[in-house]
Design a protein around this ligand. Structure first.
Ligand SMILES: [Cu+2]
Length: 493
C-alpha cells in the first residue's frame, strides 16, 4: 500500500548521533510537557497515567496537584491493555497520540515539523551496544549544559546505560510464531495474546508481550525504577522508544510472512468488543479508536512507517509452531487444537532470594491426546505454564530451568536446561483485586519443546516427574513476595 502523503519515519535511535535533532527536541519537549499540570491531557504526568496511575507510586505527587475528576480518571487513566489480544493495538493508539503531542510541542518550541518517535532496537545483532540505553538517555546534560529530561535516576543500577540486559531478554523468537491469537488454556498464547475483553492481566500473556516487552521493562526499571510498574513506566522517556520497537516488531511479524502472519479477523478484535479505547489528541479532542483502524500505520489516521522492518531471524525460522500454514492470502488463521494437561503442581510455589525448585508430577501417557493420536509419535509442542503468579513490588525477572541436576550457583542461559525468563512486569496490578482486575496474577507460557527434546536426548528426562527451578536473574539477596500459583506442563500444537 502506498504511503499516505506526509508519512513520517520512526528512526532507529542507535543509528542516530547522540544529540541528533530528534533526540535533542525530544528532550526539550519532555521538559516542556513536564511543566504542565497533571489535569492537562497533554502533560507528561497525564500521559503516563493513561498507562497506569497509583497516587502512592507517583514520584511527582504534590499537595498542590489539581487532579482530574474521578470520572475522567476512570475513563482515561489506567487503561493499558496487557495479557490480551488488545495489547498491540491499544499501545499503538497510545503511542500515536503521545507522538502527536510531542511533535506539536517540538513545533511550538521552534523545532522541525516532522518529528517522529524513534525506536530502541535492543535486539539488533549487528550492534554490540544495542542492549544498552542510548547515550542521550543517561547523559547528565544537554549539549548547552541545561538539564537532560531524558536522563532518569529511577532505573536499575547501570554504568553508561548498561543495565545488564541478557540475551534471552532480547530474544525475538516470538516473531517466528504464526498465530496472532493464542489460547488461554495451556497451549501457545499467540504472538499477539489470547482473546479477552478489557484486560490488565489475569490470563496468559502473548509471546511478544512477554519477551522482549516485559523483560526489557523490568531490566531497565530494576527493583526500584519507573519502568518496572504499569503505574510509573511511561514516566521514563525510554518507555516510548521501547514501545515504538514493540510496535515495529508487530510490523516485522506481519511483513516477514505475508498472508500467514495476519491480524485477527474476529470482529470482536477488530471492533474492540468488551472495551472502549478513548484518547485525547494533541488538540485535546477525545478520539475513540478500534483495532481495525490502526492496522495500517501508513493510513492517514496514523501516518508513520519504520526505518527498518527487515526480518531479524536467521532462516529458517527458529521456532515454527503452527500445525499447518494457511495458504497465501488466506484470511483465517489455522485453528488450534486444545492443549492437553500432562501434569501440574497441587500447591503454590513461593519464589526465593536464590534458586528454588518445584516438582511437577507427570502422567506418563497423556490421556485425551494419547487416545486421539495413537499413531502419532509425540505431541508437536510442549508448553510449560507458570500460572497465576501473584505478589507485590518489583521482583525483577526469574530464569527457569528444567531438571537441573543441582541448584547451580549461576547457571547460564546457554545451559541446555534453560527454559526461558519470567519478567514480573505488571505483577502488582495483575495480583490486586478491584473493579478492573480479577487478581489472578500473571500467567506465562514457555514453549519448552526444544528443551525437553534436548533433555530426552541426554537422558535427563523423567516421564513421571519434572523439576522446575527458578533463579533470580539479578539477585538482590531479598526474598520476594511472589508465588507461582500452579506450574503445569501441556502438550499442544
Ligand atoms: Cu510496556
Amino acid at each position: 500500500m502506498a504511503a499516505a502523503p506526509g508519512t513520517r519515519t520512526r528512526r532507529d535511535v542507535w543509528k542516530l548521533p547522540q544529540w541528533d535533532p530528534i533526540l535533542l527536541w525530544y528532550a526539550k519537549a519532555v521538559a516542556d510537557m513536564q511543566t504542565r499540570p497533571i489535569n492537562d491531557p497533554t502533560s507528561w504526568r497525564y500521559q503516563a497515567a493513561i498507562h497506569g496511575y497509583d497516587p502512592s507510586e507517583d514520584p511527582f505527587a504534590s499537595p498542590s496537584d489539581t487532579m482530574p475528576s474521578s470520572t475522567e480518571q476512570h475513563t482515561f487513566w489506567s487503561q493499558c491493555q496487557h495479557s490480551s489480544w488488545f495489547f498491540l493495538p491499544w499501545h499503538r493508539m497510545y503511542l500515536v497520540y503521545f507522538e502527536q503531542m510531542v511533535a506539536a510541542t517540538v513545533r511550538k518550541l521552534g523545532g522541525p515539523d516532522d518529528w517522529a518517535l524513534p525506536y530502541w532496537n535492543y535486539s539488533d545483532a549487528g550492534n554490540p551496544d544495542a542492549f544498552k540505553l542510548p547515550a542521550a538517555f543517561w547523559a547528565a546534560s544537554l549539549p548547552d549544559g541545561s538539564p537532560n529530561a531524558l536522563n532518569v535516576a529511577a532505573r536499575a543500577p547501570n554504568v553508561s546505560g548498561d543495565v545488564g540486559i541478557t540475551s534471552a531478554e532480547t530474544s525475538l523468537s516470538c516473531v517466528a510464531d504464526k498465530l496472532y491469537t493464542g489460547t488461554s488454556s495451556g497451549g501457545h498464547p499467540g504472538f499477539g495474546g489470547p482473546k479477552t475483553t478489557f484486560s490488565h492481566g489475569g490470563g496468559a500473556t502473548g509471546a511478544l508481550e512477554k519477551t522482549p516487552h516485559g523483560d526489557i521493562h523490568v531490566a531497565v526499571g530494576g527493583n526500584t525504577g519507573l519502568m518496572s510498574l504499569f503505574e510509573t513506566a511511561a514516566l521514563d522517556p525510554i518507555f516510548w522508544l521501547h514501545h515504538a520497537n514493540i510496535d515495529r516488531l508487530w510490523e516485522v511479524w506481519q511483513h516477514r510472512n505475508p498472508g500467514v502472519n495476519v491480524n485477527p479477523v474476529d470482529p470482536d478484535w477488530r471492533n474492540a468488543k468488551g472495551a472502549k479505547f478513548q484518547f485525547h489528541d494533541a488538540t485535546g479532542a477525545v478520539q475513540v479508536l478500534i483495532p481495525s483502524q490502526v492496522e495500517d500505520t501508513t493510513a492517514s489516521l496514523l501516518g508513520y512507517k519504520y526505518e527498518d522492518i527487515a526480518d531479524p531471524l536467521a532462516s529458517p525460522p527458529v521456532k515454527p509452531h503452527a500445525p499447518a500454514p494457511a495458504p497465501m492470502g488466506a484470511a483465517i488463521a489455522p485453528l488450534q487444537q486444545p492443549a492437553e494437561l500432562v501434569g501440574a503442581t497441587a500447591q503454590p510455589h513461593a519464589l526465593a532470594a536464590g534458586a528454588s525448585t518445584a516438582q511437577v508430577a507427570l502422567q506418563p501417557v497423556p490421556t485425551v491426546r494419547g487416545a486421539a493420536l495413537t499413531s502419532a509419535p509425540a505431541p508437536t509442542q510442549v508448553y510449560l505454564n507458570l500460572e497465576n503468579i501473584t505478589g507485590v513490588g518489583r521482583p525483577g525477572a526469574y530464569a527457569v530451568y528444567l531438571n537441573m541436576p543441582v541448584a547451580a550457583a549461576s547457571p547460564s542461559q546457554s545451559d541446555p536446561h534453560f527454559a526461558g525468563t519470567l519478567p514480573m512486569f505488571g505483577l502488582g496490578v495483575a495480583s490486586s483485586t478491584d473493579l478492573l482486575h480479577e487478581g489472578s496474577g500473571l500467567t506465562y507460557v514457555l514453549d519448552v519443546t526444544h528443551v525437553v527434546a534436548g533433555l530426552k536426548a541426554q537422558g535427563h528426562w523423567d516421564p513421571s516427574t519434572l523439576n522446575v527451578t527458578f533463579v533470580p536473574l539479578r539477585p538482590t539477596g531479598q526474598t520476594p513476595k511472589v508465588q507461582v500459583g500452579r506450574i503445569s506442563l501441556y502438550y499442544g500444537d
